[in-house]
Design a protein around this ligand. Structure first.
Ligand code: F6P
Length: 550
């Protein structure tokens, strides 16, 4: 279906049916839904690869789910999905295909962009990355002075940072522990300073990750890193080849920067930045965990790609998660979505998802450029759950907002945990199960009274419950499971964008800030013209200059 042939979302009969159903649902409590269906706890679950998904604690019935699937059919989610997998240019505002799924396609697959099969190129780059990673890991790749590389510093921002930085944390137990791997993204010099201050430049490899190779933060940090390295080594430009590699789509800019394009790992404009960490952008990760683990991660992605591509609507996990988000945004006025992992290794997982989700679906015009008058992407937030319990969970439990949340946990701790710490895993997971229970079922005033609580404290100690959660449980955190999780969220975001009829693959909203930063920068130095600035910015710049003594 063509985007322009679509009836507006909130004028579709399927939308009206959902609105009516929501009214009928009224204040129905999860306690009622469970009481009415004894099989709900096991029935409202899905298994996708290693991921066990429990959606029983959602404010939905069979009827709700049926109506939501009708909306998915009416908005042709699967039609757009097929177009994406086929390589059609579904990113219309940039006239690009959206083919991150090709990054994990098997060698023999054929996926064409403009009549050319892209799969051989994908595997050629993966092979080149593997060979390079092995050389670094084994010590065969040496720096300018002949020392083997011990430190890897990835310089990139947004999609060229968050993915590998997140995945490196997630898969720490799979990393070669004698390598130091750091990630620099912020143009605040403190970031690079802290990353390199204790490193031996002779043993340090910088990976400059930038799809466009024009991003000011990255190029500025890369230039400073090059200056640091050459100064510290007292070497000339010839040292760059041994200490700098680039990950980019832009060979011209890479060579302009002074990096030999033989040391460039390529990807393509049909890979969005926030969908790119399984491309060459994952080189730092591959060096850390090794090519075999990286490929295992790609297989995890592929498993969920295949699930999304082939599973029927009733059993399609990304479709289900996407629909649940649409349901809460449209009919419960949910403004945000919490992602709460019960794994320390997933500490950067939600930050990664913020870009994936919010840069994709933070849009307010539809694919034809018309303003939307329905909710689009939520604010995504969260940190590892146990820490959150002692901070912001109070608001989720007893505040006034509807905050659907994903709880992600693992049955087994990672393999190399010190034996004395393994026992703590059950306590971690006890919290995991207890929280979704408390959020769903709460505690009634009568239960509170039954505990002998004085009447004046009863309302304070009552938990309304009825807070929707998804539980995602896997046996253990492996490279494959990470790939499965990320693909699950990628496709969930896709489903929502398809329903909301927005282009989930552009990001024009970040451009204005970049342009204005360029305009403001000269005004920060004494004497530069500030006449082009608005009154507030002019006053702030004046204050800044005063505070800097300029
Ligand atoms: O400014 C946003 C953005 O374009 C992201 O979409 C992207 O991931 C990031 O900047 C970094 O871009 P690049 O990889 O081209 O340096």
């Amino acid at each position: 279906m063509n985007a322009s042939d679509r009836t507006r979302l909130n004028q579709m009969p399927e939308w009206a049916a959902l609105a009516k159903h929501r009214e009928q649902l009224g204040e129905t409590h999860l306690r009622d839904l469970f009481a009415n269906d004894p099989g709900r706890g096991t029935g409202y679950t899905l298994q996708v690869g290693d991921l066990h998904l429990d959606y029983s604690k959602h404010l939905v019935s069979d009827e709700t789910l049926g109506l939501l699937r009708e909306l998915a059919a009416a908005t042709d989610v699967f039609g757009l999905r097929d177009a994406m997998f086929r390589g059609d240019k579904i990113n219309t505002t940039e006239d690009r295909a959206v083919l991150h799924t090709a990054l994990r396609a098997p060698r023999e697959a054929v996926i064409e962009v403009d009549g050319q099969n892209v799969v051989p190129e994908v595997h050629a780059v993966l092979d080149k990355m593997s060979a390079f990673s092995e050389k670094v890991r084994s010590g065969e790749w040496t720096g300018h002075t002949g020392k083997p590389i011990k430190n890897i510093v990835n310089i990139g921002i947004g999609g060229s940072d968050l993915g590998p930085a997140m995945a490196y944390e997630v898969l720490r137990s799979f990393t070669q522990r004698d390598l130091t791997v750091r990630f620099v993204s912020n143009v605040d010099g403190a970031d690079l300073h802290e990353a390199v201050r204790d490193l031996d430049p002779a043993e340090t490899l910088f990976i400059i990750a930038s799809k466009t190779f024009t991003t000011i933060e990255t190029i500025t940090n890369a230039t400073s890193a090059r200056n640091w390295l050459l100064t510290e080594l007292q070497a000339g430009q010839e040292a760059v080849a041994k200490h700098f590699v680039a990950l980019s789509t832009n060979a011209e800019k890479v060579s302009e920067f002074g990096i030999d394009t033989a040391n460039m790992f390529e990807f393509w404009d049909w890979v969005g930045g926030r969908y790119s960490y399984d491309s060459a952008i994952g080189l730092s990760l591959m060096i850390a965990i090794g090519p075999d683990n990286f490929r295992e991660m790609l297989e995890g992605f592929r498993l969920v790609d295949e699930h999304f591509r082939t599973a029927p609507a009733e059993a399609n996990a990304p479709l289900l998660l996407g629909l649940l988000g649409v349901w809460y945004g449209a009919f419960f006025d949910a403004q945000s979505h919490a992602v709460l992992p019960y794994s320390h290794y997933l500490s950067k997982f939600t930050a990664y998802l913020q870009q994936l989700d919010m840069e994709s679906n933070g849009k307010s015009v539809d694919r034809d450029g018309n303003p939307v008058d329905w909710q689009t992407g939520p604010v995504v937030w969260g940190t590892p759950g146990t820490n959150g319990q002692h901070a912001y969970y109070q608001l989720i439990h007893q505040g006034t907002k509807v905050i659907p949340a994903d709880f992600i946990g693992f049955a087994k701790p990672v393999d190399d945990l010190l034996p004395g710490l393994v026992a703590q895993h059950d306590l971690l997971m006890a919290n995991f199960f207890a929280q979704t229970q408390a959020l769903a079922f709460g505690k009634t005033p009568d239960e509170v009274r039954g505990e002998g609580v004085p009447e004046e404290l009863v309302t304070h100690k009552t938990f309304k419950g009825n807070h929707p959660t998804t539980t995602i449980l896997a046996s253990e955190l492996t490279p494959s499971v990470l790939g499965q999780l990320i693909a699950l969220y990628e496709h969930k975001v896709f489903v929502q964008g398809a329903i909301w009829n927005i282009d989930s693959f552009d990001q024009w909203g970040v451009e204005l800030g970049k342009v204005l930063a360029k305009r403001v920068e000269p005004a920060l130095t004494e004497g530069a013209d500030v006449s082009g600035l608005d009154a507030s910015s002019k006053a702030l710049v004046a204050k800044y200059r005063e505070l800097r003594g300029r």
